[in-house]
Design a protein around this ligand. Structure first.
Ligand SMILES: Cc1ncc(COP(=O)(O)O)c(C=O)c1O
Length: 406
């Protein structure tokens, strides 16, 4: 059985207090805390190993390059890609999605084409497609979701046609926890000759992925939500697509030859990694992956399901609380509002009680608009959270409501 007390000791920050109270960190959907092994690895990189990758003949550069490429292989294994050339290191999911939109999107889209984007996407999987459409004359078509937070899959056949070039879809909504039926969407897209770009930011943490089995064309995620460092992430792309795509950014490392008027480009994956890579970040991510491999995924999932069920049950029992996103197989994220109380006020009072939740739009304004609200409170759980912390959350919410309704 998963030993949460032991796991918590691996995460130094969980031992701290805020406002004189033990920290209850429930903002994991925004960023997760880091185990000591990741922190130590980053420390070691800067204290003993630091040198630029792919550039030096000297010992440290060679050593860093070996570790960086080993990190790539580790990510390949994590996501089940066929080859390491299909794994591009980026600055994070946002950078990955922009890379696809600007390189693949601008190449694939023409005036009159369309991109189907689900209504529950994070801004990072909406705005890059708007930019690509503005530049090409293509248009966005929105795949809506219903009151429960389930995608309205019966609308997809009405939206998709032979001018659909891309479907942009999340693996799990960062607000609603909804896990769209990716396989069905991918099959339908491929039957129409369209590619599917999956935002794996939340999905990779809650359940993981095998991109080869899934059959998606692109997959993006950030390390910092997966217990790794900030400023690094990855893009998976099918090799034949990446090979046909033009580079997104130009600079060092992504070229083969450079003359004053023209250049030729490096092979995959470096074609898409212009400039000094965040090699320390990538190596830190690899360490986070190793940390997770020492745990049993089914136990983590069961634990997170338990936390979600307890939070949902207890929140539902509070008069005036509305939960957004109630699909049966949702991941461990619960967004809610309290009637007559502003979400920011709840968040501020919870903070004073040591409970960190997220408030606002969660970078998903169309999701807020769907429910006609300005914002929501969100508690998002990680493998190190406990049932006691769920109870602390509920107690704090009840206290906040008492104070605010006084
Ligand atoms: C579903 C989803 N997509 C994309 C992002 C953007 O990730 P990043 O800011 O790490 O690029 C987030 C971050 O909250 C997210 O939750």
């Amino acid at each position: 059985m998963i030993d949460i007390d032991k796991i918590r000791l691996d995460f130094p920050i969980l031992g701290r207090e805020v406002h004189g109270r033990p920290l209850v960190y429930l903002d994991n959907g925004a960023t997760a805390q880091k185990p000591a092994s990741v922190i130590e690895r980053i420390n070691l990189m800067y204290s003993e190993l630091n040198a630029n990758v792919h550039r030096g003949v000297h010992f440290l550069s060679q050593e860093c390059t070996t570790l960086y490429e080993a990190a790539r292989e580790n990510v390949r294994r994590l996501i089940g890609a066929e080859s390491r050339e299909e794994v591009i290191f980026t600055a994070g999911a946002t950078a990955s999605l922009n890379l696809v939109a600007h390189s693949f999107g601008r190449q694939a889209l023409r005036a009159g084409d369309n991109v189907i984007v689900s209504q529950m996407e994070h801004h990072s999987n909406i705005v890059p497609w708007q930019l690509a459409c503005e530049m090409t004359g293509a248009t966005i078509r929105t795949l809506p979701f219903d009151e429960q937070g389930a995608l309205e899959m019966d609308k997809l056949p009405e939206l998709i046609d032979n001018r659909t070039k891309i479907i942009a879809i999340t693996q799990a909504s960062n607000v609603l926890g909804t896990r769209p039926e990716l396989r069905r969407i991918i099959d339908m897209a491929h039957a129409h000759g369209a590619c599917v770009v999956v935002d794996g930011c939340q999905g990779i943490v809650h359940g993981g992925v095998n991109v080869s089995e899934l059959g998606c064309d692109f997959y993006a995620f950030s390390a910092h939500k997966l217990y790794g460092p900030t400023g690094v992430g990855a893009l998976y792309g099918k090799r034949e697509l990446l090979e046909r795509m033009p580079p997104f950014m130009g600079g060092g490392d992504m070229v083969d030859t450079v003359e004053m008027e023209r250049s030729t480009y490096a092979e995959l994956p470096l074609k898409f990694e212009a400039g000094t890579a965040n090699f320390v970040g990538a190596i830190g991510l690899s360490e986070a992956i190793d940390y997770l491999r020492r745990l049993e995924p089914s136990e983590i999932e069961a634990h997170e399901r338990l936390l979600l069920a307890r939070a949902t049950e207890r929140l539902t029992a509070i008069p005036g609380v509305r939960i957004y996103g109630t699909t049966p197989d949702k991941c461990a994220i619960v967004s809610f509002n309290v009637e007559g109380v502003h979400h920011y006020d709840i968040g501020m009072i919870l903070d004073k009680l040591g409970v960190a939740i997220r408030t606002g739009t969660h970078c998903a304004s169309p999701t807020m608009a769907r429910y006609g609200v300005e914002g929501m409170c969100r508690a998002s759980f990680a493998l190190y959270n406990t049932e006691d912390e769920v109870d602390a959350l509920i107690d704090a919410i009840e206290k906040a409501i008492r104070m605010l309704r006084r």
